[in-house]
Design a protein around this ligand. Structure first.
Ligand SMILES: [Cu+2]
Length: 160
């Protein structure tokens, strides 16, 4: 099952700007299949994954969640044959080209979890999205927690 979330709520001024510019919404973003990898009791961090699609192109410039003290956008990089992850300030969603956040690739990192995440729980995540007009809107996503073993990921280590 996949659920789509679309940006709701657009300030009136933004709407007028969008109309004046001849475009539809200031930021158009569709989020498909958001999920979070479940954790065991001793685990303090996990990843959130989803697919982002935009008709006109947007940038993901921030992430937040009440489930963790620190929430970051991460990328995976090879460093001497070891796959490592590191934070990036923003991710570009190209027009019409889905951006996949998935294990072993880009992901939202939830660090210093407030409590373990069990399968079936819902984790709210807020995305900050910058449109082509440089205006930033927030998009709320409800990500479902899946099994710890939901998808195989390469061995990874943190580099903070
Ligand atoms: Cu990470």
């Amino acid at each position: 099952m996949s659920i789509s979330y679309k940006i709701a709520g657009l300030a009136l001024a933004g709407l007028f700007n969008a109309l004046a510019a001849g475009s539809a919404l200031a930021a158009d973003l569709e989020i498909t299949n958001p999920w979070v990898r479940g954790t065991v009791a001793s685990q303090k961090a996990t990843g959130a994954f989803m697919q982002l699609t935009s008709k006109g192109g947007v940038s993901l410039v921030g992430v937040a969640s009440p489930a963790a003290s620190i929430v970051e956008i991460h990328e995976m990089v090879m460093d001497k044959d070891v796959m490592k992850m590191r934070p990036v300030p923003r991710l570009e969603v190209q027009p019409g080209k889905p951006l996949e956040l998935r294990p072993g690739s880009y992901h939202v990192m939830l660090i210093d979890l407030k409590k373990p995440l069990a399968k079936g729980e819902i984790v709210p995540i807020t995305l900050q999205v910058e449109g082509r007009d440089k205006k930033i809107e927030t998009v709320d996503v409800n990500a479902e927690v899946r099994e710890l073993t939901a998808s195989a990921a390469p061995a990874m280590q943190h580099k903070h």
